[in-house]
Design a protein around this ligand. Structure first.
Ligand code: MG
Length: 369
């Protein structure tokens, strides 16, 4: 089943005061709407993304690999409907607000999985404030908040259900309420507090976050097994001697994974992926990295940069350096210029200097809420 995402960026920002909030820059230098776009476009389960936007966002989107980029209306439901109609027939459609730049991949996974199984799904978070019904400045009653939740996006359902729901409910404030109104059951999955919607200037303090640095180190000896491949930074070094280890022994990804875990206080790679667990024998270390990236996202962290040093007498990184940067920037969902890869020899000193193995150090900067 095709999974298609519609990104809504047509809002006029009337509640935001000066300028389009979606063009505001986040700390890593990317605008709000582009961060939302990348959360969708980089997700492995999303086949393609279409944009419904205001003229200034459409101008900013020129050149991006979008399935379509069309103008939106003044009402959210109208813009959403236009995008859903433009999605491929028979697809599962996710509708996401461009004002939510911090939707992590794990959240998107949960929404897609639940929508595939139950037909429609949205992420929700519990209400922590006490909710009052107020009439003419007088409190009428206090609601029991046990069953009250705030709806987030992305919201997902089949294209055909969404079209029917929004055509019949043109003033719905989200897709789920339109679906509910036509009797489609909508599944609630766990949202993420960090997945905030930037609506007013007062939301901007949410963007003022604490930079946190994580550090990682790893070392592996060369293997005597001529069949082992040398993997560094997710890139195979063809014809080079491999490293010994339970997994694929990618020291660069191990150091990087540890650095990521360090930013959110989640222990180390050995705790998460024990080398006594046969499930991880020969494991592709990209899986460890992906898990760590998800953990950072779940903790509300935004990865800002990564800096890596490889310690080896041999081999030289050569042209693989750029391949490693490419690979890691994809995995961390970072612009390539925010991922640095360096190498040094040990000037013949110590175990690395005697060419007995390879080590790597990594530091990662994350902004935490
Ligand atoms: Mg290791």
């Amino acid at each position: 089943m095709t999974v298609f995402a519609v990104l809504l960026a047509a809002g006029s920002s009337s509640r935001f005061g000066n300028g389009n909030k979606l063009l505001r820059k986040l700390p890593r230098g990317e605008s709000v709407w582009r961060a939302s776009y990348r959360a969708l476009s980089s997700h492995p389960s999303i086949d393609s993304v279409g944009l419904v936007a205001s003229p200034e966002i459409l101008a900013d989107a020129a050149g991006l690999p979008l399935a379509f980029a069309i103008g939106g209306g003044s009402e959210r439901a109208g813009s959403s409907l236009a995008g859903i109609i433009a999605a491929p027939a028979g697809s599962l459609v996710l509708v996401h607000d461009a004002a939510r730049p911090f939707a992590c991949a794990a959240l998107i996974d949960r929404v897609i999985a639940a929508a595939k199984e139950h037909g429609a799904a949205i992420p929700v978070v519990p209400v922590s404030d006490t909710i009052k019904v107020v009439n003419d400045s007088s409190i009428e009653k206090t609601l029991d908040r046990t069953n009250l939740f705030r709806a987030q996006t992305p919201q997902a359902a089949s294209r055909e259900d969404l079209i029917r729901a929004l055509q019949e409910n043109p003033s719905a404030t989200d897709e789920a309420s339109a679906l509910e109104a036509i009797g489609v059951e909508v599944r609630a999955v766990a949202g993420v507090e960090a997945n905030v919607k930037i609506t007013t200037m007062s939301d901007l303090p949410n963007l003022v976050r604490t930079p946190t640095v994580g550090f990682g180190f790893d070392i592996h000896a060369f293997s005597k097994d001529p069949g082992r491949k040398l993997m560094l930074g997710g890139v195979e070094f063809e014809g080079e001697r491999g490293l010994e280890g339970h997994s694929d022994a990618d020291v660069v990804l191990h150091a990087l994974t540890d650095a990521l875990l360090g930013t959110v206080g989640c222990g180390d790679i050995g705790v998460l992926f024990p080398n006594t667990d046969p499930a991880f024998a020969g494991a592709n270390s990209l899986n460890f990295l992906r898990e760590a990236v998800e953990l950072v996202g779940e903790e509300g962290g935004e990865i800002v940069s990564a800096d890596i040093t490889v310690l080896a007498e041999n081999p030289k990184l050569g042209t693989n350096r750029e391949k490693i940067r490419e690979r890691i920037s994809q995995e961390l969902r970072l612009p390539k210029r925010r991922v640095n890869v360096k190498a040094t020899t040990m000037e013949g000193m110590g175990a690395i200097g005697r060419n007995e193995g390879i080590a790597a150090m990594a530091s990662v900067t994350v902004l935490l809420q």
